[in-house]
Ligand binder design. Structure first.
Ligand SMILES: [Zn+2]
Length: 443
């Protein structure tokens, strides 16, 4: 067991957001939350008039009705009890986004920033993105790529309570081949940006791939992200097809699993999607050019699809603005964007397992909810979308025991909206109340 992971994850998932300086055992903290409607488990019927009791950041019990909750004994022994009135709201588990880039937000300036700004700047930018994200109702995110130390520092800042943000499961730097989607030196002269090696997540050959994974984990990665194929936003004309060879992919997957982590693959081209599925990848991100074989492999294995429909919608929109992207990028965006929805519809019809993910950072942070109407357009019901953004996402993150539902023993991560999101996902645009690990983030 890696010490760093033990430290960061245990602290992130066990601790409530309350901190105490005293040595004495802190008083128990209760929240009694009155819910007009409570969807404690997505995919099951919502309960009218229910009360949720939270103790020290964890769901203690769900009680029918809005009657009094007797905590007199607990109060007599010093417990703090707060009442939260959400009687006119629809309450549901905090949402989970399996694909964001908190330290990054793409715009016309971002290319130059990669050589003019430091990793510290990325971390500071991430602080604002983290706040916007949790206030939008996303209480957990998986950050799938950014400068490692910036992302890890952000994660630690949330755990310590220094900054407001979601629980962060972090990959740090994505692993790429030289010249591939996550080679940050693409498009720069060698003396401006020297070719990075496995220490910086750029690897060629199975040995370098193993080393890149091991170094990422040593530095604090909770999960590994690889760019199995070319990508739309990289400054490269190297297409969207498979970049790592089969033996490199197997080395990446096996090394990651042997160190107790999950591995996510960015994949657009059919050959790359099918290669990572055969190698036992945990999630395919984007999955643009899925074919029949991809769908067969998805259904035969345990891999999740994280569709990121919002990313394609965003790049197609931006590619039409002259000069917004480099010409290579605009061409790739206009080519691949429309295909994603078309193939996604087939995947949904065929029953491929979907976990929610937006690729926010490609789109502005805090607009993560916009993925929901796109998923509905792709053929999912609102209820299936909510399952994808709670139970399924928790399972992909390996956190199904901690988050994803509001059952007793789970972290008190919950949100409230007006209206009924199981009937209309647009109600998720305006999240009125957010609690994360028992701490009120927004009200
Ligand atoms: Zn991404």
């Amino acid at each position: 067991m890696n010490f760093f992971r033990t430290l960061s994850l245990a602290a992130a998932f066990a601790a409530s957001s309350f901190s105490f300086a005293q040595d004495a055992k802190p008083a128990d903290r209760y929240s009694v939350i009155r819910c007009g409607t409570l969807l404690d488990i997505a995919g099951t019927p919502a309960k009218k008039n229910a009360t949720l009791v939270v103790k020290n950041g964890v769901v203690d019990r769900v009680v029918e009705g809005l009657g009094p909750i007797d905590l007199a004994k607990e109060q007599a022994s010093g417990a703090n009890v707060q009442e939260i009135d959400l009687r006119d709201k629809f309450v549901l588990p905090g949402l989970i986004d399996c694909h964001v880039h908190l330290t990054f937000e793409f715009n016309k300036e971002s290319r130059l920033r990669s050589i003019t700004e430091s990793e510290c700047d990325s971390a500071i930018r991430g602080v604002l993105a983290a706040k916007k994200t949790v206030e939008a109702g996303f209480t957990t995110v998986r950050d799938l790529g950014g400068e490692s130390h910036a992302v890890f520092a952000l994660r630690h800042g949330v755990v310590r309570g220094d900054i407001v943000g979601p629980r962060i499961v972090a990959a740090g730097k994505a692993i790429s081949v030289s010249g591939g989607h996550a080679d940050p030196s693409n498009g720069w002269r060698d003396d401006v940006y020297p070719q990075p090696g496995p220490e910086a997540g750029v690897a060629d050959g199975p040995d370098e791939c193993r080393k890149a994974v091991r170094l990422q984990i040593k530095n604090g990665a909770d999960v590994i992200k690889i760019t199995a194929t070319g990508g739309v936003l990289s400054l490269s004309s190297a297409g969207l097809a498979k970049h790592f060879t089969d033996d490199e992919i197997q080395a990446l997957v096996d090394t990651t699993h042997s160190m107790g982590r999950k591995i996510a693959a960015h994949a657009h081209g059919t050959d790359g999607i099918n290669a990572v599925l055969r190698a036992g990848i945990d999630s395919v991100e984007h999955g643009t050019y899925m074919d029949e074989e991809s769908i067969r492999l998805f259904k035969a294995g345990k891999t999740w699809l994280v569709p990121t429909l919002l990313a394609s919608a965003t790049v197609v929109k931006n590619a039409k603005i002259p000069g917004f992207y480099h010409e290579f990028v605009a061409r790739k965006a206009l080519e691949a964007g429309p295909v994603r929805m078309q193939r996604f519809k087939i995947a949904v019809k065929e029953g491929v397992r979907v976990a929610f993910g937006t690729d926010s950072g490609v789109s502005p942070h805090g607009e993560n909810w916009m993925e929901f109407p796109l998923m509905v357009e792709g053929g999912m019901t609102p209820s299936e979308c909510l399952v994808a953004a709670t139970i399924n996402a928790a399972s992909l993150l390996g956190l199904e025991k901690e988050i994803g539902t509001l059952e007793p023993g789970k972290s008190a991560d919950l949100i409230a909206v007006d209206g009924d999101p199981t009937a209309d996902v647009n109600t998720l645009k305006d999240v009125k109340f957010v609690m994360r690990a028992g701490g009120v983030v927004k009200k």
